[in-house]
Design a binder for this molecule. Structure first.
Ligand code: NAD
Length: 425
């Protein structure tokens, strides 16, 4: 970033959180500057020959925020909202997330400013392969390992793996995670993030004395994270009263039938128009913007960043917010909610299940040995639970929010690694 650039969007929040952690830890100015800056950034243009013969050109990015604790790790996002600062913020949060759950990784993120729904599968394959070939010099199983995020999936990872492998002349399963099982993907990876979100939500409910049986929840986003989180919460007895996605929002007093809702989304592409049915009865269409202010026990934002803002924070009624998405709460909203009883479980803890099982997948690729699903689930829970206790204890010991505690713990670990390695030359 040039000194004249003014950060915007989620990068402002990421910088504010870092500044707070630096002050709390008493770290020096140079360390602050080092951690506020990405280690390596790449902007590429991604030309696409469309199916109709015309050419489109999209902006693509890969940002590697930090390598102090190991190779960089982070998702790849396909969305028209992608820009450099969003990717920078997401990469920085990946560094903290990996450190918080004690993975031997730094943080990275990638993005292409494209709407995947407007493209055929063949076009998405060409975009993915072209983007991969552009960023090829800076990725690799020991350099930077992409994974799915908004708008990308296991098929995207298979294309990246194939493009990378073709260029180096042999199959390299460890270059991506979130691959299909038949290509070396890990059992349990597809549901790891949402399983982790639900696991942490149940811990937060226990802490607040809320019995999941009959408790209520609202979930924003019904993709890889939101859909699974809704299902796991419903399985635990929680009434998931409201779910939204980019097309609309639905609500049912007795809780939505998540299986039926999933079938509806598979058929129509959105939760919009879901009429409910089954043992829990009918569903109503509601204003998607209202989902974050519904009167529920648990709110799970699992879509995009900056949805809980200074404009709606005062109207949040949930007792607990479990951040399935990255960066759903702005720093301004955080300050408002700090004066309330709302318990916010920050993204770098709540949604870390995905990167934990990505790490297991990478370890399995390196070992060329597949673990059982039971092993994956048990080790996931073990790591998440350890991080949960670290954060709760640190927050209590220092009278700070869970986000401040999680960020401080993570930043401290990154600084420690940086200091042990020293500065080269
Ligand atoms: P996805 O593309 O599978 O699903 C995104 C969902 O959000 C879709 O249902 C979409 O319709 C909805 N959505 C998009 N914009 C919306 C809006 N403005 N309002 C309401 N809904 C909206 O993406 P995903 O992988 O589920 O990722 C969701 C969030 O979770 C992102 O913040 C991502 O960075 C984060 N995350 C994902 C993973 C993972 O393993 N996939 C891991 C950690 C964090």
């Amino acid at each position: 970033m040039t000194p004249t650039d003014t950060p915007h969007g989620p990068l402002v929040d990421a910088h504010a959180q870092l500044a707070e952690a630096i002050e709390h830890l008493g770290a020096d100015d140079g360390t602050h500057r080092l951690l506020a800056t990405s280690r390596r950034e790449m902007a590429v243009s991604v030309p696409l020959r469309r199916d109709d013969g015309t050419t489109a050109v999209y902006e693509g990015f890969r940002v590697q925020h930090n390598f102090s604790r190991g190779p960089a790790k982070g998702g790849l996002r396909y969305s028209t909202h992608v820009d450099f600062d969003e990717v920078r913020a997401l990469a920085m949060w990946m560094t903290w997330k990996c450190a918080l759950v004690n993975l031997p990784y730094g943080g990275a993120k990638g993005g292409v400013a494209i709407e995947p729904l407007d493209h055929s599968t063949a076009e998405l394959e060409r975009v993915t392969r072209r983007y991969t070939s552009e960023i090829l010099p800076i990725i690799g199983p020991e350099i930077d390992i992409p994974a799915p995020d908004i708008g990308t999936d296991e098929q995207t990872m298979a294309w990246i793996m194939d493009t990378y492998s073709a260029s180096v002349g042999h199959t390299v399963p460890g270059v991506v995670t979130g691959k299909p099982i038949s290509l070396g993907g890990s059992l349990g990876r597809a549901t790891a993030t949402s399983r982790g979100v639900a696991h942490i939500a149940l811990k937060a409910m226990a802490l607040r004395g809320i019995d999941p049986e009959g408790a209520t929840a609202a979930v924003q986003g019904f993709g890889k994270v939101g859909r699974g989180a809704a299902r796991f919460l419903a399985d635990a007895g929680v009434r998931v009263q409201a779910v939204s996605d980019v097309g609309g929002a639905v609500w049912a007093e007795q809780g939505l039938d998540i299986q039926r809702l999933g079938d509806h989304v598979d058929q129509t592409g959105s939760v919009d128009g879901f009429e409910g049915g089954g043992p829990v009865g009918g569903a109503e269409q509601i204003d998607p913007a209202s989902i974050v202010t519904l009167d529920v026990d648990v709110l799970v934002p699992a879509a995009v960043e900056s949805v809980i803002t200074v404009d709606n924070a005062e109207r949040v009624q949930a007792k607990i917010i479990v951040e399935g998405a990255n960066g759903p709460t702005t720093a301004g909203a955080d300050a408002i909610l700090a004066d309330s009883d709302v318990l916010i479980v920050p993204d770098i803890l709540a949604n870390a299940g995905g990167v934990i099982v990505s790490y297991f997948e990478w370890a399995q690729a390196n070992q060329a040995y597949q673990w059982t699903e039971r092993e994956v689930k048990d080790r996931l829970e073990e790591r998440l639970t350890a991080a949960w206790h670290d954060v709760v204890e640190y927050a209590e010991a220092h009278s700070m929010s869970y986000r401040q505690a999680a960020t401080a713990l993570a930043v401290r670990r990154v600084i420690e690694a940086h200091e042990l390695r020293g500065l080269y030359p």
